[in-house]
Design a protein around this ligand. Structure first.
Ligand code: AMP
Ligand code: ZN
Length: 132
């Protein structure tokens, strides 16, 4: 059984922020910033590629509600919501989870990718791969 399934069934403790019949949210053990929270579906799916549409749409509402609760209780003005799907993307726990990462002044978190020169030919080529 995966680590997060063990948290869901109570074998491993967590700092629970929210729970309902389909989802659990708890503080990330390694707080990127204060209030860093993970939201997971109770049904084990490894990543976004495996997620069914019904759970996906419910999950966004749960993420939104928890984000607003953090905003209110921790007095936030900014947040990053992040999902790593697949090892290449940095996923280390292969049970789908979204990170809610509160942002603070001078918090030293750098998530923005490097800017590249605009290449319209490459953009057209990529778009035709996606659309065709
Ligand atoms: P990712 O790299 O996107 O797969 O994120 C996995 C996250 O799970 C990391 O941010 C870890 O700090 C977090 N994590 C690992 N074990 C636990 C745990 N027992 N309780 C809470 N968070 C955990
Ligand atoms: Zn699992």
């Amino acid at each position: 059984m995966c680590l997060f399934c063990k948290i869901i069934n109570g074998e491993i403790p967590c700092y629970k922020v929210y729970e309902d019949s389909d989802f659990l949210a708890f503080l990330d053990i390694s707080q990127a910033t204060v209030g860093h929270t993970l939201v997971i579906p109770k049904k084990h799916v490894a990543n976004i590629f495996e997620l069914d549409s019904e759970t996906a749409s419910k999950m966004l509402v749960v993420i939104k509600n928890i984000t607003n609760k953090l905003k209110e209780k921790l007095n936030l003005s900014a947040v990053n919501i992040l999902n790593n799907s697949g090892s290449l993307a940095g996923q280390t726990v292969h049970h789908l989870h979204f990170h809610i990462i509160p942002r603070y002044e001078n918090d030293n978190i750098h998530l923005a990718p490097d800017a590249h020169e605009i290449d319209h030919e490459a953009l057209k080529n990529t778009l035709s791969k996606i659309l065709n």
